[in-house]
Design a protein. Structure first.
Length: 500
């Protein structure tokens, strides 16, 4: 019998009423295992109404109450991390160890939210004028929404809602319809931790649900992670409806390898960063720029390592890489490799014919490696979101840097070198929001914010860290005068107030 994933509204499961459902498949078998309810406009409105009602008390609750609940949630999340990872593997396809890593990175932001009291401290200046004090405080926005992608069904929501609710907001999550179960399990754990009904809600669905959240007058802010075209749409539409928006888009992350680099370390890093999670992550390295004469040797080292990767079902402990999320996505990724040679690429490894015995209907694709890729090739220009690594050649550091900076994306980048001066130049000169020096996937820790530049970010705020706190709160400045009983009446003064 096929399972049904319903909504979570007002602290309990809400059965889908629209009559529309989407399929959820096990990527390793291609079998439809679950149906997910797609929300109607009325169902989205019900979730927002529940969040608005809950905000009346949650927005006035004490910091101690909020963080106490988050501490309990953290303990429950830690205790159930294997269970949540198993849900991710079953619906996304990533190997269990990778799914566990995703939960661990989400826990980092829950940790940050548990200590939100420090970040919400205000400022006070006394005696700015005679008996006048000025204070700055930050207050929650109200109902906020998160729209999250399929590649990290637990981690990316946890980049948003723990900080949002710690700041006093209430939250409506619209997770990916491709792997929805982790979101509902997280909602159950939040309720078990004592979170009041309506503070956290989950609505599943498609564009109908997304568009209603973007235009709903009671939604004050929208957070999004996904592809660049959709990020641009989210930003434009939500902003037009007066909302605060942080919309993180796609990427084409480059790794610059200088001639003095440790090539074994660089090859290890390139393989790990390009093919981990089957390349389905916005921080994957998808383009290596080899500088000078090291290109041939580096490509050979990458090929040797890539050929040894074991691809199989995510619940097999021996598997290092799993399948892609859907059959349609698998075909799209394969098309870039199949058309690469005609666009001038040298196909070193072609993984498009890969399959797994006993799981022939799974969404399998093997490792692909393309060398001497021209910047005009589609495999280079587009975000592929699969296990395809492009290698480009440059004669000098300056040429490699210019190539990277010409990309419309600016999410993450890395440099591999032993030269501290070159690394320092790179981190200052490269046009990207996150930079790694001999670190291939420079995802910041929870107390530093995550976000890119150019077409990788729409909006002014990065996600989590200090930017997350600022995004989910708004500032207020209070100027106060308490007259001394002995003061004579000040009288009427129509001039500009004086500070002395």
């Amino acid at each position: 019998m096929t399972n049904i994933v319903n909504h979570w509204i007002g602290g309990k499961t809400a059965e889908g009423a629209s009559g529309t459902y989407g399929p959820v498949t096990n990527p390793a078998t291609g079998e439809v295992t679950t149906k997910v309810a797609f929300a109607s406009v009325d169902e989205v409105d019900a979730a927002v109404a529940a969040a608005k009602e809950a905000y009346l008390t949650w927005g006035q609750s004490s910091l101690a109450q909020r963080t106490s609940i988050l501490f309990k949630f953290r303990a429950l999340l830690d205790a159930h991390r294997d269970e949540i990872a198993a849900l991710i593997t079953a619906e996304h396809g990533k190997v269990h160890s990778d799914a566990l890593g995703e939960v661990a990175r989400g826990l980092e932001i829950v940790d940050l939210a548990c200590g939100i009291t420090v970040q919400l401290k205000g400022e006070l200046s006394t005696q700015v004028a005679t008996r006048v004090d000025v204070s700055s405080i930050r207050q929650p926005l109200g109902v906020v929404a998160g729209i999250t992608p399929f590649n990290f069904p637990a981690m990316v929501p946890m980049w948003m809602f723990p900080i949002a609710i710690a700041c006093g907001n209430t939250f409506v999550l619209k997770p990916s319809e491709k792997d929805p179960s982790a979101a509902n399990r997280i909602a159950e754990l939040l309720a078990e931790a004592g979170l009041p009904d309506g503070v956290f809600n989950v609505v599943h669905g498609d564009k109908v649900a997304v568009d209603r959240l973007l235009e709903h007058p009671d939604v004050q802010a929208v957070s999004f992670v996904g592809s660049t075209p959709i990020a641009r749409y989210i930003h434009t539409t939500a902003s037009a409806h007066g909302k605060r928006v942080q919309a993180l888009g796609g990427a084409k992350n480059h790794m610059l390898v200088l001639p003095d680099a440790d090539l074994d370390a660089a090859a290890d890093a390139a393989v790990s960063a390009a093919y981990g999670s089957a390349g389905e992550r916005c921080m994957a390295i998808s383009a290596v720029v080899a500088v000078g004469a090291v290109g041939d040797e580096l490509v050979e080292k990458i090929r040797e390592r890539a050929e040894k990767i074991k691809i199989g079902p995510g619940d097999d402990p021996t598997s290092e890489m799993g399948p892609l999320i859907t059959k349609a996505h698998r075909e799209k990724v394969a098309s870039y490799v199949e058309g690469a040679a005609a666009e001038g690429c040298e196909v070193v490894l072609d993984g498009t014919g890969y399959t797994v015995d006993g799981h022939e209907d799974g969404h399998w694709i093997g490792i692909s490696l393309l060398d001497r890729v021209p910047t005009t090739a589609k495999a280079y220009r587009d975000e592929i979101f699969g296990p395809v690594l492009c290698v480009l050649r440059a004669e000098t550091y300056e040429e490699g840097l210019a190539l990277i900076n010409a990309s419309p994306f600016g999410n993450g980048t890395a440099i591999f070198t032993r030269d501290g001066g070159a690394a320092r130049r790179f981190q200052l000169e490269v046009e990207a929001g996150m930079v790694g020096v001999n670190v291939p996937i420079p995802v910041p820790v929870g107390y530093h914010s995550f976000g890119g530049w150019k077409d990788s970010l729409f909006g002014d705020h990065h996600i989590y860290g200090n930017d997350g706190t600022h995004f989910y709160t708004r500032g207020k400045v209070v100027t106060t005068r308490w007259p001394d009983p002995a003061d004579a009446p000040a009288g009427v003064a129509l001039g500009f107030p004086r500070n002395h």
